[in-house]
Design a protein around this ligand. Structure first.
Ligand code: TYD
Length: 208
């Protein structure tokens, strides 16, 4: 049987990921496409998600968070993503290792984590993404949208410099990933209809 494709959708706060994913679900319905998320995406991964988004997670340092994200990712990869693509289904994950690079390594300016990112990726990620699709929003616009939306986690509450660094981190990650796989940057400063329309067009060949 032909393996399914594994697609990662990533973006900073207020990039419109949630809305775009809801529209994608309607256009590419299950069971052919499995929609999943990080942190989470498997039974134990969702347990780790609760820790990550808790008050304890807010106080923990970047290296501790980094390790929790990788633990959750390994469980998610082995128990959800790998079996799904092996059975011919396509998988779309809301965030993946691109977020760890952008938030914990790049924005937290933790050089110690840079080197061990790649060996941990080998341990935790048996199926590499066929495509990283990044919704690129100006941090000021994104944070403005996130504020209006109301529900905010402790990452959303960080200052504008942090979110600008997160964006630089995503762009850096995409450059590094370019040699290995497909990467696409979508301008997410535009209306949600335009952004979602572009994303659907880009994903059609991968999710058909
Ligand atoms: P979530 O509520 O899912 O936010 P969003 O709708 O923005 O995806 O919370 C996940 C948060 O975790 C998000 O603010 C980004 C952060 N995160 C990291 O810092 N590193 C990671 O590796 C991942 C997957 C997420």
């Amino acid at each position: 049987m032909r393996q399914g494709n594994f697609i990662v959708m990533d973006g900073g706060e207020g990039a419109g990921k949630g809305t775009v994913l809801r529209r994608l679900r309607a256009v590419f319905p299950p069971p052919k496409v499995l929609f999943t998320r990080e942190p989470g995406g498997s039974i134990f991964g969702e347990e780790i998600r609760k820790l990550i988004l808790s008050d304890g997670g807010k106080r923990a340092d970047a290296a501790t968070m980094f390790l929790l994200f990788w633990a959750a990712r390994r469980d998610h990869s082995y128990n959800t993503i790998k079996p799904a693509v092996a059975s011919g289904r396509h998988v779309v994950s809301d965030r993946f290792d691109s977020s760890t690079w952008a938030y914990q390594v790049y924005a937290e300016e933790n050089d110690e984590l840079r080197g061990i990112f790649w060996p941990l990726r080998e341990l935790a990620v048996p199926v590499k993404p066929s495509l990283y699709l990044y919704l690129d929003v100006e941090p000021e616009i994104g944070l403005g949208r996130a504020k209006k939306r109301g529900e905010r986690n402790h990452f959303d509450e960080r200052d504008i410099k942090f979110h600008t660094d997160v964006r630089d981190g995503f762009l850096d990650f995409l450059k590094l990933a370019e040699g290995e796989t497909h990467t696409v940057i979508v301008n997410a400063n535009r209306s949600i209809d335009k952004v979602a329309g572009d994303v659907i067009k880009i994903l059609k060949p991968f999710l058909a």
